[in-house]
Design a binder for this molecule. Structure first.
Ligand code: BJW
Length: 224
């Protein structure tokens, strides 16, 4: 059985990482266009850096929850037949034990060079900008995918969806494309589709089956 799991902010919510669009979510204190677009970074780099610096610092205080750990157990059982595609920029899947994880919207603990495009591990405050370790010259930015930018690893994700038997979406509102379109893409290619989310997502009707509740309960129950 080949499985692709798509995760969103909801899987990390019970670890204490805020989601985006829920009440008290990340967008509450910010307008999306002020922090999650390349234009915002051009106009107010300090504001954008602070938004990501704070979220990067907060990673030190959070731990993976039973949902992340359950997916790591699933990988132990399925090996290469499981791929986790996450929209999250935290590292809780890896800390929970998963190794086959694609971060399609980038990673908080990585910096991207605006000059050479090099990606380098980063755990400090980008507001105190060092030069790029690869080219030594250009400015670094958060290594995240903003609106209007193309997510990472799209070819690999599409190829894996082409031959998956089951597509499972966990903790995502289905509000952001292209991830929101994966359910239809996989379904058209013959995969069964399952949603595990706190409440019905925007695309819940597109899934063959949907279960609603906290990820820390639903995911272990599904895996084990
Ligand atoms: C729980 C829970 C618990 C809570 N247990 N569940 C019209 C059609 C198609 C596309 C577009 C369109 N108009 C515009 C576009 C493009 C645009 C887009 O989608 N806009 C929409 C607003 C419509 N997309 C893009 O620009 C993307 N690029 C693109 O399309 O390039 C073109 C291209 C693609 C492919 C091939 C070739 C070309 C880029 C999108 C980048 C998104 N970036 C962000 C920021 C990343 C950095 C950061 O983290 O700051 O990614 S935005 C933000 O939203 C972040 C997230 O990854 C993403 C999704 O959010 P997520 O994870 O779903 O979180 P929430 O908060 O929305 O939902 C949480 C869910 O969890 C809720 O349902 C809760 O109920 C649930 N939950 N607690 C289980 N305990």
């Amino acid at each position: 059985m080949r499985i692709v799991v798509l995760t969103g902010a909801g899987i990390s919510a019970e670890s204490g990482v805020p989601t985006f669009r829920d009440a008290d979510g990340l967008w509450e204190g910010h307008r999306v266009e002020d922090v999650a677009t390349p234009e915002a970074f051009d106009h107010q780099p300090g504001v954008v850096h602070r938004f990501y610096d704070e979220r990067r610092s907060a990673l030190h205080a959070v731990e993976p929850n039973p949902a992340h750990r359950a997916l790591a157990r699933l990988e132990e059982a399925l090996g290469d037949n499981l791929l986790v595609v996450t929209q999250n920029i935290d590292d809780l899947h890896e800390r929970g034990g998963s190794t086959r994880v694609l971060h399609m919207h980038g990673e908080l603990r990585s910096a991207l060079c605006r000059g050479c495009g090099g990606r380098s591990p980063w755990d400090g405050h980008l507001a105190h900008l060092p030069p790029c370790p690869a080219c030594g010259e250009a400015e670094l930015r958060p290594d995240v995918v903003w609106f209007g930018e193309v997510p990472y690893e799209m070819d690999r994700i599409q190829t894996t969806l082409d031959r998956t038997d089951l597509f499972v979406s966990i903790g995502t509102s289905g509000a952001v494309y292209p991830a929101a379109g994966f359910v239809q893409y996989a379904g058209r290619r013959g995969a069964r589709t399952l949603e595990l989310n706190l409440m019905p997502s925007e695309g819940t009707h597109l899934f063959d089956e949907a279960r609603h509740g906290p990820a820390s309960e639903l995911v272990p129950a599904w895996v084990d």
